[in-house]
Design a protein around this ligand. Sequence first.
Ligand SMILES: C[S@@+](CC[C@H](N)C(=O)[O-])C[C@H]1O[C@@H](n2cnc3c(N)ncnc32)[C@H](O)[C@@H]1O
Length: 229
Amino acid sequence: MRLIQENISSEFDAFSKNYKKDMIAVVPHYEVLLEVFLDAIPHDHLVEHVLDIGCGNGIVTDRLMSKYGESKYTLVDASAEMLALCRQRFLDRRVDYVQSYFSEFNFPIATYDLAVAGFSLHHCDGEEKQLLFKKIHTALKPGGLFVISDLFINKSDEDHPALLKEWEAHVMNHNPGGNKWAWLMEHYAAFDRPDNLENQRTWLTKAGFSEVKIIWKKGHWINLCAVKA
Ligand SMILES: C[S@@+](CC[C@H](N)C(=O)[O-])C[C@H]1O[C@@H](n2cnc3c(N)ncnc32)[C@H](O)[C@@H]1O
């Protein structure tokens, strides 16, 4: 198993090679948590412009395009390799690609009908999440939706050891040799800063979102939709 990289962009440059297979092996419920992005969007919601925050190889955008193929998409990610995969994947689509850290992205005002973040925000600490939630709220049009699939727990939470046990069972089931679990725990220590649902709900509300709906939840693996009034 390869070494842990120095920073998040090179970590994901390397991760891009077998991305979906690796994600299924290391993230419990990964495929369901991708599927449910569409369930979060009401049928009558106008989706003209979408922002994908931490697009990776474009897997969430691809899911959205199955329904909203004519919409415009803005894909933001720090990893050049991940964005290169998106460029190949979305050749004939209306897509802008932005290689940027979230903290350096210049969020426009009242521009998007939908912002999505699949398994990207747990890389930000609580302070950065709070800032981002405010910027995303400002970047959405009135009535806009912000949909997240991710792990929601703090490493200091009482049930964190139990989560790790369940998570290990999932990973060992896919990779009985154990080297994937060892790699994942190094990655988790170096790059992952998840926050629990209570904190994130509070920060979304503080950022101005009027409603936070849980679309799908199994333990601490959650898809939620925050609504801008
Ligand atoms: C686990 S992948 C998720 C990709 C995809 N959205 C999905 O659902 O599978 C996280 C992505 O977020 C990007 N990322 C993480 N933290 C970032 C940051 N602070 N700024 C920009 N991109 C970041 C990584 O480069 C990576 O491509």
